[in-house]
Write a protein that binds this ligand. Structure first.
Ligand SMILES: Cc1ncc(C[n+]2csc(CCOP(=O)(O)OP(=O)(O)O)c2C)c(N)n1
Ligand SMILES: [Mg+2]
Length: 226
């Protein structure tokens, strides 16, 4: 689908940037503590979302956190691949959409997914696209490690990676991109303030624990029946 067809498609389903008068989502859950958790990260990000922004969610624990806790505004596009669910699909989807639409695109994806298609970020940089990548870096295929832990009661370590620092790395790769290493809610708030309205590609590496259980019903049910 080319950009014009895509815009027409968005218009037809009532999602074009300049159309529709749907009410905004008002309810934003309050953060109860200062812990750097998936939940608190999403609740923090909720505060900056605007109706003209678009949200792209990838596979894994980070995807589960995003689906559960994100509060998109009414006009936002909320994209998640529920077909194949191939890791990394959110990157190309956001880039394509951002070429056609107004507003900022936000991508929510894990480090494993970023490892697969991450260098597509080059296209975003070349086209000066206003995309923010929230890279949930638990140095792991977190969902797979947790699955082993919950169902097999042992972790073989095959899904855990050696540490990577994406924020520092991308600072040196592309000059026209803002990137950050983020280890606390305070650092996240600082980065969101620093990048607000900058019209650039932003990459925020959110360095989280791989032990936090995401809101996956199957995981939670299994843990509760132990
Ligand atoms: C191409 C592809 N291979 C394998 C999978 C199965 N899978 C789903 S989530 C996941 C791990 C994702 O790791 P990451 O992106 O780091 O997210 P995390 O669970 O750590 O938040 C895997 C291997 C998939 N969805 N797509
Ligand atoms: Mg991961």
């Amino acid at each position: 689908m080319n950009a014009e067809d895509f815009l027409e498609y968005l218009d037809n389903i009532g999602l074009a940037a300049e159309s529709n008068n749907l009410p905004l989502t008002n309810h934003v859950e309050e953060i109860e503590d200062n812990h750097f958790t998936g939940k608190n990260i999403l609740l923090t990000i909720n505060k900056i979302l605007r109706p003209e922004d678009h949200l792209f969610v990838d596979a894994g624990n980070s995807g589960a956190f995003a689906v559960h806790y994100l509060k998109p505004r009414a006009k936002s596009m909320f994209y998640i691949s529920l077909g194949m669910g191939a890791m990394g699909n959110s990157i190309g989807a956001a880039i394509g959409s951002s070429l056609a639409c107004k507003g900022r695109s936000y991508v929510f994806l894990g480090d494993g997914s970023f490892m697969i298609h991450g260098m597509e970020i080059h296209t975003a940089v070349e086209n000066n696209l206003p995309i923010t990548f929230f890279l949930f870096n638990d140095n792991s295929h977190g969902m797979c490690t947790l699955r082993e832990k919950i169902y097999n009661h042992e972790v073989l370590e095959i899904n855990n990676f050696k540490p990577a620092t994406f924020g520092n790395g991308f600072k040196h790769i592309f000059q026209n991109l803002e990137s950050f290493e983020i280890n606390s809610l305070q650092e996240l708030n600082n980065a969101l303030a620093a990048t607000a309205g900058n019209n650039k590609v932003n990459l925020l590496s959110l360095n989280i624990s791989r032990d936090e259980v995401p809101p996956f019903k199957a995981f939670i049910n299994k843990l509760n029946t132990k």
